[in-house]
Design a protein around this ligand. Structure first.
Ligand code: AKB
Length: 317
């Protein structure tokens, strides 16, 4: 049967690129984009529905109207914004997920992708090659909500046979869309500022190493896990996923290979504390074994591609 896909949160950093890729694969009419933003804000062609995922009845109507089979539910408040708006973050990150899980429980849809994050780990977690199963104890609103979400996903799978798949995204870097409200956003902002101003003031300390991933890898992982045979998905909470790990100074040095006069200064703000609770690198053995995950981009390859594509984007503006 032809899948009909709904992407919730389709104007965000991941959603923007995911819609484009899904439409390439499944064709435009089979991928419905939705976001809380008004229609005027959309940047791509094709069917778009304005949707606040907390509005259960509108979500249900859209699913019925388009005969949706698969939902990619991306709408969430990320780490930095969630610290400023804890009530909204909990409401959106948890009740939005419930609304989608319940559609699957009641058999209105057959498959869900929902992202978790490296922020589910906390200060007591082993920082290097963080294993799939380990002490978690997240200490940010975002991390707490995502860890609770992971437990609910596994519960709905075990109890109601809901086919939900999830990965723990590292910080994501891409040139097609900008991030919003995360702690790892610096790794995108730095490229824009380097090309536009030749300098950047980073809100994390220079040696703060974090797990990161280039967007083509993240989009591929998202679609690969969702398209894998259900029998291969052994973990129904969320899979660890690794791409690369680097600190702000390592990224700045790599960028300086292309922009020799580039200078970066470091002025840590409240996001430093969030980053310090997170892993530095991730062990993703389970994803590699269960559904054949393999990243393609490291720091060098990602930086070359980002600079090349952003230069094209910026000269065409
Ligand atoms: C954030 O920084 O909040 C996100 C994340 C690590 O999930 N990019």
């Amino acid at each position: 049967m032809q899948q009909k896909i709904l992407v919730i949160g389709s104007l965000g950093q991941v959603g923007t690129e995911l819609v484009m890729k899904l439409r390439e694969i499944f064709s435009e009419e089979n991928v419905i984009a939705s976001d809380v933003k008004a229609h005027e804000d959309i940047i791509y062609e094709g069917v778009y529905e304005q949707l606040n995922v907390l509005d259960k009845s509108r979500l249900f109507d859209i699913v019925k109207k388009h005969k949706i089979t698969t939902v990619y539910h991306l709408a969430a408040l990320l780490s930095a914004t969630a610290e400023k708006k804890p009530d909204l973050a909990w409401d959106l990150n948890i009740n939005g997920l419930f609304n989608v899980l319940n559609l699957a429980k009641e058999k209105h849809i057959s498959k869900i992708f929902w992202p978790s994050t490296i922020a589910v780990f906390g200060s007591n977690t082993p920082k290097k090659l963080t294993p799939q199963y380990t002490i978690m104890e997240p200490n940010t609103i975002y991390g707490i909500s995502k860890q609770a979400g992971e437990r609910w996903c596994e519960y709905y799978h075990n109890k109601y046979d809901v086919d939900v798949r999830s990965i723990r995204y590292p910080g994501l870097i891409g040139y097609k869309s900008k991030p919003g409200g995360g702690t790892t956003d610096y790794a995108v902002d730095i490229f824009h500022e380097a090309l536009e101003q030749g300098r950047y003031s980073c809100f994390l300390k220079e040696n703060t190493t974090l797990p990161m991933m280039y967007m083509p890898d993240a989009i591929r992982a998202t679609i690969e896990i969702t398209e894998s045979a259900a029998s291969t998905i052994k973990i129904r909470s969320s899979y660890n996923l690794a791409g690369m790990s680097f600190s702000p100074v390592q990224l700045a040095d790599e960028i300086a290979k292309y922009i020799p006069d580039f200078s970066c200064t470091y002025q840590a703000d409240f996001r430093q504390q969030l980053a310090e609770g997170w892993p530095q690198s991730i062990d993703d053995t389970h994803a590699r074994k269960d559904w054949n995950w393999k990243p393609e981009y490291d720091l060098r390859k990602m930086t070359a591609d980002m600079i090349h594509n952003l230069q094209i984007v910026k000269t065409n503006v």
